[in-house]
Design a protein around this ligand. Structure first.
Ligand code: COA
Length: 470
C-alpha cells in the first residue's frame, strides 16, 4: 500500500538542534554524522553481501562499528575483521550512522564516545497495511563517558530527524527496559521462548497437515527463503521487516561465527497440496543422543520459521517436532498468543522459558499511525497525549467507521483520558490494554470506561507479534 505520509528518509541528516549542540559542547563533545558506504556511493545496498570484502577505505564507519561491539562487550577485533563483515551486511539496511565525538575530532581517526544507527523499514499495521518505520539501534555510550547526556542527545536528534523526514513512527528493541520510556517508547509486542518435549514425537490436534517437504541448502537458497519471509511478513500484524543480519544468519553466513563461514544449518521447505511452497524452517540440531542421561539431549533449535499461512505453520511444527532422535524442540521467539496450546495435543509438553518485551513503538505522528491501521469496531475516543519531546502532544479524537480510522485534533476539554505518548504507542496495535494501564494508575480517565472503550476500538483479531527484531 502507498505510505500515508510522504517520506524522505534517505536524505535524513539535519544538523543538531542548538540546545543539543550546546549541551554536548559543555562537555567538549559534538554529534556528527558518519556517512556509510551506501551513502557515499561506495556500496550498492541491493547487492548481496560479501564477507570477504574489507572496508579500509571507510575508517570512520569501521571505528563506529568496532566501538559499538566493545560497548556491548563483544570480543576484541584488532584488525576490524568482524566489523568489516557487519559493515558489508548492513549496507543492505541503508543504515545511517551518527556518533558523539570530542569536539572537532576526525571520526576517521578518533573513536566515538557514543554510537547510534537508524534506518527505515516497514511495519505491518494489520490487514496487510505497511507503514514506514524509523528503526533505532546500535545505541551505546562508552563506559568512560556515562551520564553526560550523550544518550539523550543522540536519541532526541534521531527522533527529530525521523519527524523531519516525515516518518510517523520510530521503533527499537531494548536490552534494558528502563531506558526508553522517557523518550516516548512503549512496548507493543511480546514474544515467548518455548521448549517442546519431543521425546516420543509431537502430536498435533486437528488433522495431519497435507503437503510435502524438501530439504534445501541454506547457503544456496537466499532468494527462496527471502520470498517466503516476505509472504510471512505481509501476513503478520505487528511485525517489522527483517534486517540483513537475519538474512545472513538464515542462509548460514552469520557474520559473528567462524569468520562468517557456514555452520551446517538445515533448511526444510513446506509445499502445499497445490504444489506451491508455503513455508520454510531453518534450524540446527545439536546435543548428545544418549537421551535419558545426557546433560545436553539432542535438541533442534529454530533459527527462523517463515510460514505464509496457518497450515504452513502447522506443517512445519509437526515436521520439526517429529525429527528422529530429537528429544527437544526449541522455539526461541514465538507469539505470546497461546496458539501452541491449541496446536499441540498434549499441552503439558510445552515449557515456557520466558516472555519478553520485543518491539517498542514511539509515535511521532498520531494521525498517520492510527489512520494506517485497520479497525474491527466502530466508535470514537478522545485522548490527550503528553509528550515530553513534543512530537505527538495534543488532544486527538480517534474514530473508526467502516474499518477506516480517522484522527482529528480536539479541544483539551473534550479529552476522555490522558496518557503518555509511550503508552499510546503500546496500545496502537491492540496488543497492550489501556484498561490495564488504568488499573496500574499510569493513565487518567476523565470519563469512566474510556480506557476499556479505547481497547475495544483498537482490538485486532490476534495480538500483534513481530517475526523478527533488530
Ligand atoms: C544506557 C546508556 C546508553 C546510557 O547512556 P548515557 O549517555 O549515560 O545516558 P544520558 O546521560 O544521556 O542519560 C539519559 C537519561 O537516561 C537515564 N539513564 C542513563 N542510564 C540509565 C540506566 N542504565 N538505567 C536507567 N536510566 C538511565 C539518565 O538518568 C538520564 O535521565 P534524564 O535525562 O531523564 O535525566 C549507556 O550506559 C550504555 O551505553 N550502556 C551499555 C549499552 C546499552 O545498554 N545500550 C542500551 C541497549 S538497549
Amino acid at each position: 500500500m502507498t505510505p500515508p505520509t510522504e517520506t524522505r528518509p534517505e536524505s535524513a541528516w539535519t544538523a543538531p538542534a542548538p540546545a543539543t549542540a550546546e549541551a554536548l559542547a559543555a562537555h567538549g563533545l559534538e554529534l556528527m554524522r558518519v556517512p556509510s558506504p551506501w551513502e557515499t556511493g561506495d556500496a550498492d545496498p541491493e547487492a548481496p553481501f560479501d564477507h570477504d570484502r574489507r572496508w579500509a577505505d571507510a575508517p570512520a564507519v569501521r571505528r563506529h562499528t568496532a566501538v559499538l561491539q566493545r560497548n556491548f562487550h563483544e570480543v576484541g577485533d584488532p584488525d576490524f575483521a568482524l566489523a568489516d563483515r557487519f559493515i558489508g551486511v548492513e549496507q543492505g539496511d541503508r543504515r545511517r550512522l551518527s556518533g558523539v565525538y570530542p569536539r572537532q575530532a576526525d571520526p576517521a581517526r578518533t573513536d566515538p564516545v557514543g554510537t547510534l544507527a537508524d534506518f527505515t523499514k516497514r511495519l505491518n499495521m494489520g490487514g496487510g497495511r505497511l507503514l514506514p518505520a524509523w528503526c533505532i539501534t546500535e545505541v551505546t555510550v562508552s563506559p568512560t563517558h556515562r551520564r553526560r547526556g550523550i544518550l539523550r542527545a543522540m536519541m532526541s536528534e534521531s527522533l527529530r530527524r525521523a519527524r523531519t523526514a516525515g516518518v510517523p513512527i520510530a521503533l527499537l528493541t531494548a536490552t534494558e527496559a528502563t531506558l526508553y520510556r522517557r523518550f516516548g517508547f512503549g512496548v507493543s509486542t511480546y514474544h515467548r521462548s518455548v521448549w517442546l518435549d519431543a521425546t516420543r514425537g509431537l502430536q498435533l490436534r486437528g488433522g495431519r497437515p497435507e503437503g510435502s517437504f524438501r530439504f534445501v541448502e541454506p547457503t544456496a537458497s537466499a532468494e527462496l527463503i527471502d520470498g517466503l519471509w516476505r509472504r510471512a511478513f505481509e501476513a503478520q500484524a505487528g511485525s517489522v521487516e527483517r534486517i540483513r543480519f537475519h538474512a545472513a544468519r538464515e542462509t548460514d553466513r552469520d557474520p559473528r561465527v567462524d569468520g562468517g563461514r557456514p555452520q551446517g544449518l538445515r533448511a526444510v521447505v513446506s509445499t502445499g497440496p497445490d504444489g506451491v511452497d508455503r513455508g520454510v524452517a531453518v534450524y540446527r540440531v545439536d546435543g548428545s543422543t544418549a537421551e535419558l542421561i545426557a546433560e545436553d539431549p539432542v535438541t533442534a533449535t529454530v533459527v527462523s520459521l517463515w510460514a505464509a499461512d496457518a497450515e504452513a505453520y502447522r506443517a512445519l511444527l509437526e515436521f520439526l517436532g517429529n525429527l528422529d532422535l530429537v528429544v527437544r524442540l526449541r522455539l526461541p521467539a514465538v507469539a505470546n498468543d497461546r496458539l501452541l496450546e491449541f496446536l499441540v495435543l498434549d499441552e503439558s509438553r510445552i515449557y515456557t522459558r520466558g516472555v519478553h518485551h520485543h518491539l517498542w513503538h514511539r509515535i511521532l505522528d498520531v494521525a498517520a499511525c492510527f489512520e494506517a491501521r485497520p479497525y474491527l469496531h466502530e466508535g470514537a475516543v478522545t485522548v490527550t497525549v503528553e509528550d515530553a519531546l513534543g512530537h505527538a502532544a495534543g488532544t486527538w479524537e480517534i474514530a473508526a467507521s467502516g474499518g477506516v480510522g480517522r484522527v482529528t485534533p480536539a479541544p483539551p476539554e473534550a479529552a476522555e483520558l490522558t496518557l503518555d505518548v509511550a503508552d499510546l504507542g503500546s496500545v496502537l496495535l491492540g496488543g497492550v490494554k489501556a484498561e490495564m494501564m488504568r488499573a496500574a494508575g499510569i493513565l487518567t480517565e476523565h470519563r469512566p470506561g474510556a480506557a476499556a472503550d479505547l481497547d475495544t476500538l483498537l482490538r485486532q483479531p490476534r495480538p500483534p507479534y513481530s517475526l523478527t527484531g533488530f
